[in-house]
Write a protein that binds this ligand. Structure first.
Ligand SMILES: [Zn+2]
Length: 230
């Protein structure tokens, strides 16, 4: 069964899950003039030196997306992989099985896999992260601005996730929407509050493909990050 909206055929199924705000973009997503598709590379855990989980994960189904910052000022992006290892060690020392977050983005827009997406995250704050995809940008955005490269990759990740999990871009929230926290920092949160993130994500729905950068390719990429060339 299908309906014809603006001269384009869409299925009943699409109509049922697609929120109105996203519908326009979904209809346009396969139109070449609307912008080429983009492929984003996600660095595997073993490539950044992630350790195996130290306990059992809680499985979940993703139905929300929450944006976070690390709340640790990062100025020299060459330190990003080491910072991820340190966050993981800290989180595992609290009794959590793994680094708390799923998708992590550094200041130059490199993307890293944290906890597997099939596993619920963890938090120190008073909300239940079960069902949330936790997307984290490295830095403290109470103090620093978010660089365009980092914001741009975050938008790509959010667009991929909204498409993959059928979540409306208008439903993306900063951590502070759920708990008493400054996360993800005023200088990041303002782009969520003023609709910038929603607008940019909506424009990329259905256009972002994710590939994993593992093994030698992943290690090579991390070496480039550590020596400042990526
Ligand atoms: Zn947070």
């Amino acid at each position: 069964m299908s309906d014809d909206i603006a001269g384009r055929k869409i299925t009943r199924r699409q109509l049922l899950w697609t929120p109105p705000a996203a519908l326009g973009a979904a209809l346009l997503a396969d139109a070449p003039a609307y912008g080429a598709g983009r492929t984003i590379a996600r660095i595997c855990r073993s490539s950044w030196g992630g350790k195996p989980a130290t306990g059992a994960y809680v499985p979940h189904q993703i139905s929300r997306i929450t944006v976070h910052h690390s709340a640790v000022v990062l100025r020299d992006n060459r330190k990003a992989p080491a910072q991820l290892r340190s966050f993981q060690a800290d989180h595992q020392s609290r009794g959590w099985p793994d680094i708390a977050y799923h998708m992590l983005i550094d200041r130059r827009g490199n993307l890293y896999l944290g906890r597997p997406l099939s596993a619920a995250g963890d938090t120190n704050t008073s909300y239940d992260p079960t069902g949330h995809l936790l997307v984290l940008a490295l830095g403290n955005f109470q103090v620093q601005e978010i660089p365009e490269a980092q914001l741009n990759m975050t938008v790509n990740v959010l667009a991929w996730a909204c498409t993959r999990y059928r979540i409306a871009p208008s439903a993306i929230r900063g951590h502070r929407a759920y708990a008493n926290t400054l996360c993800p920092g005023d200088r990041f949160q303002r782009y969520i509050t003023d609709g910038t993130v929603e607008r940019r994500v909506t424009g990329r729905l259905g256009t972002v493909t994710l590939k994993n950068l593992c093994g030698d390719a992943g290690r090579r990429r991390v070496r480039q990050i550590v020596n400042g060339t990526h």
